[in-house]
Structures are given as C-alpha cells and as structure tokens.
Design a binder for this molecule. Structure first.
Ligand code: MN3
Length: 227
C-alpha cells in the first residue's frame, strides 16, 4: 500500500514524462551551484550526492517500475510483490532528495533566514515550540537519534495544523497526514566527506542554509514535490 501511494505521489507531483504508459522519474534541476552551500556543505558532497546518489534512486526507480509493468502484463503477482521494496526505496529516495534540494538555499538566496514571526509558519512555530530555537534543537536531537540511515523531518500535521518533528528510516517518504516542510538527510553520504564521524557538527551547520521560504510555501500548501 505504501509503495502504491509513493508511486501515485510521484506520478502526480513530478509531472513525469510518459513512456509506454510508465511514469518516469527524472533528476530535478538544482537552483544553485554545487559549491553555493559552502562552507556549510561542501561542493564535493553536493556534487556526489546529486549526480551519483540521487541519480541512482532515479535510475533504479525507473528500472523497477518498468519491471513492474512487465510483471503486471505477465500476471506475475509474486514478482510484483517482490518489486515493491525497490519501488519504495528508490521512489522514496527520489521524493526525499527532490524535497531536500529545494529546502536548501545559499545564504545569498535567503538560506538560513528564519520564517517571519508574522507568517503562518512563523506563528505555528511560535505557538507549538515557543520559537525556532527549540524546534531546531529538537530536530537535531531527532537526527542524532536516527540509528543507521534515515531522515528527520519538520512536518505540518494536516489534521491539527501543528508543526511537528518526525524521523524516517532509510528512504521511507513522508506520507499520510504529514506535509514535509524541511527534511534533513542523516545518511553518512550526506556529510561524511566533510564532517567525518562528527555528524553533530553537520546537523548544526545545515541550518545556515535551510530555505525557510520553501518551508513556508509547503506549510501553505502552495509548493513542494511529492506532497
Ligand atoms: Mn542522501
């Protein structure tokens, strides 16, 4: 069910090109150069993260999707079920990274500027957390608590309108009643070349290039990929 939802989200949100009836994921265009987030995230990390890691999720999602279409033609239910893990993992990876690139910005483009206290997101953060500092501290604690590979997300609870912090393992995407506002990649590939084993420094540094303007749009339901 999760995989089907993820697939539907991709189809809806990515406006994918259609090839023989198959939804095709594509690597999104970056709004900044690889080196534009330095010194907080190195150009080398961004380049490898985007051209290798994200590209692999795109390629493998498309490959698994083609195999599912073939398996459906063959009526091979076991194969269809077996392929769901690949769809989930690589489709989730594509959704998560597409959101991630957009929720980062160089400081010259507003990266690190906290939401205005008068904005709907700013008000929700104030009401729920007493300010952005507590929200950021809580997110960093959640990131530190991710065992193995995963993500922490600042989300909007659709039912209550509250701003919450959740974690996800591996590449499980944010679905259901949550709208992802800001996602932070806690996989080693996101920081190791620069921060080595001191991931707490990466978690601290990344707030300098968080694109809160994008988060405000997502909070208002006006933008975003896969939400
Ligand atoms: Mn990653």
């Amino acid at each position: 069910m999760l995989a089907r939802n993820a697939l539907r989200t991709l189809r809806t949100a990515a406006a994918p090109s259609v090839n023989r009836g198959i939804a095709t994921a594509t690597l999104p265009t970056l709004d900044y150069d690889f080196g534009a987030l330095e010194p907080f995230i190195s150009g080398q990390i961004n380049e490898i993260h985007y051209t290798k890691h994200h590209q692999t999720y795109v390629t493998q999602f498309n490959a698994a999707n083609e195999q599912i279409v073939e398996a459906e033609k063959e009526g091979d239910l076991k194969k269809i079920v077996a392929l769901q893990n690949l769809i989930n993992f690589h489709g989730g990876g594509h959704i998560n990274h597409s959101l991630f690139w957009k929720n980062l910005a160089p400081q010259s483009q507003g990266g690190g500027e906290l939401p205005s206290p008068d904005s709907p997101l700013g008000k929700a953060i104030q009401a729920g957390w007493g300010g952005a500092d507590k929200l950021i501290d809580t997110t960093n604690a959640a990131l530190a608590g991710v065992q193995g590979s995963g993500w922490a997300w600042i989300v909007k609870n659709k039912l209550t309108g509250d701003v919450e912090v959740i974690t996800k393992q591996n590449q499980d995407p944010v679905l259901g009643n949550y709208i992802p506002l800001v996602g932070i990649d806690a996989w080693e590939h996101a920081y190791y070349l620069q921060y080595k084993n001191v991931k707490a420094d990466y978690f601290k540094a990344i707030w300098n290039v968080i694109n809160w303007k994008e988060a405000e749009k997502r909070f208002a339901g006006e933008a975003g990929f896969g939400i």
